[in-house]
Design a protein around this ligand. Structure first.
Ligand SMILES: [Zn+2]
Length: 436
């Protein structure tokens, strides 16, 4: 079975349900850029795909960065003077600022306030905060919780550890016919946040599962990494493999109800950019294409000038453009199965183009070959289809001069890649076209 068969037979509804279930399963785990939550997440993904788990020691130099100490948290709370827990890590892991150093202390409300974070505009939501690269501690809580706190002596406890350990990441390499690779990368370092991090994790996992059943032209490399430091670490340790990466996608934020967004690679005109734009343009849905900018997710590292890899980013509403982003409102209910299905389908269509895109040569380049005598004007049923199919054949014949790929021809003609690809396959069968 190849990717075309997969595209036509795949049950997207079932696929979305599986993604949704995986998101719900991973949601309660307290993840950070290092630590046992990340390991547990990889362990659950490993039940679905054969991940290789890498452990990189604290202190390892990775380009201009250093692998940080490993952070783990067991408990965190704020108690009032009556001994009541008014903020409890076990109710939401967002309550503790990620990478908080351990603390056990009694404080007045005033002194405590310097360590409290809320969202006054969304008084029911808990913000998500981190302090990875500065030793600090803090609590995130709803603004309502803060307003309910009266002057008192509070007992604060963060039972965490920040010590030498490892940075953990997961990798799945799927061998295709060629050693040329397509990279699929997602970050898996956020605690209970569903769209930001887990939707990308679920899409990458299910995509790996589906692709592993197929005969593939490209090899695929799936990375489940902590954001920023994970891609920097991978690039440092795998610099020799980078030249195999011919196309790549960072997938993140693919489960919200917003329209699909594709952020171009730094190159801007890579095949991945053309393929993604083609798929969105022909999807029949609203979409956004944005140029590369040096902020966002791990595409920042893959597209740093020393690598400049053809890696774009597939998402729905960009980070920071929806109020639920980095808050407790980015929960399992915020992610929609129909949006996951749609993102999965678009991602598969992009890979489908890359798998089939190639340059062909017209074997009868002097004037048009006579298609009628070969029966090529009736090859596909349906009048409207037939007209498009004929046009597709004429476009393919005319532009198959060794300088245009099928995707270029699809773009020039305004005809869907699938139709162009099918026309090319028919012309090959009729010896009018050869793979260049
Ligand atoms: Zn995030």
């Amino acid at each position: 079975m190849n990717i075309t068969d997969c595209k036509t037979t795949l049950n997207l509804h079932e696929c979305a349900n599986e993604m949704y279930q995986l998101i719900a399963e991973l949601y309660p785990i307290c993840r950070s850029i290092t630590g046992n939550g990340f390991r547990e997440t990889l362990r659950r993904i490993s039940k679905r795909i054969p991940l290789t788990v890498h452990e990189v020691p604290t202190g390892t130099k990775v380009f201009d960065w250093t692998v940080p100490r490993e952070w783990n948290v067991r408990d965190a709370y704020i108690k009032n003077s009556r001994g009541e827990k008014i903020v409890d890590f076990h109710k939401s892991n967002l309550h503790v600022v990620s990478y908080s150093v351990p603390i056990q202390q009694k404080l007045s409300l005033n002194d405590l306030k310097a360590h409290l974070f809320t969202l006054p505009d969304y008084p029911d939501w808990i913000p998500y905060r981190t302090s990875y690269y500065k030793e600090d501690w803090g609590f995130c809580l709803s603004h309502k919780q803060l307003l309910a706190m009266q002057d008192d002596t509070f007992e604060v406890c963060i039972d965490s550890s920040l010590e030498d350990g490892y940075l953990t990441y997961g990798e799945y390499y799927l061998r295709g016919e060629s050693t040329d690779e397509i990279l699929i990368s997602c970050h898996a370092c956020h605690p209970s946040l569903a769209n930001d991090n887990l939707s990308g994790v679920a899409l990458a996992t299910l995509m790996a599962q589906e692709l592993s059943k197929l005969t593939l032209r490209y090899s695929y490399r799936f990375l489940f990494i902590p954001g920023t430091i994970g891609s920097i670490t991978w690039l440092t340790l795998n610099e020799s493999k980078v030249r195999n990466i011919k196309h790549g996608l960072v997938v993140t934020g693919v489960g919200d109800q917003g329209k699909s967004t594709y952020k171009k690679s730094r190159r801007g005109d890579a095949d991945i950019d053309k393929a993604a734009m083609h798929v969105l343009k022909h999807s029949g849905h609203e979409y956004d294409i944005i140029d590369f900018f040096p902020y966002g997710y791990d595409e920042r590292q893959y597209c740093s000038p020393g690598f400049n890899l053809p890696v774009g980013c597939l998402m729905r509403t960009p980070h920071g453009r929806y109020p639920e982003y980095h808050t407790s409102a980015d929960n399992v209910g915020f992610v929609k199965p129909f949006a996951l299905a749609d993102s999965f389908s678009k991602c598969l269509s992009i890979l489908h183009i890359l798998e089939h895109n190639a340059t062909y040569l017209n074997q009868n380049p002097k004037c048009e070959p006579q298609l009628g005598k070969r029966g090529l004007y009736q090859i596909i049923g349906g009048q409207a289809d037939r007209k498009t199919q004929e046009m597709a054949m004429l476009w393919v014949l005319n532009l198959s001069d060794g300088c245009h790929t099928l995707l270029d021809i699809a773009e020039k003609s305004g005809i869907n890649f699938n139709t162009i690809k099918n026309a090319a396959y028919i012309l090959v069968e009729n010896r009018l076209l050869n793979r260049s």
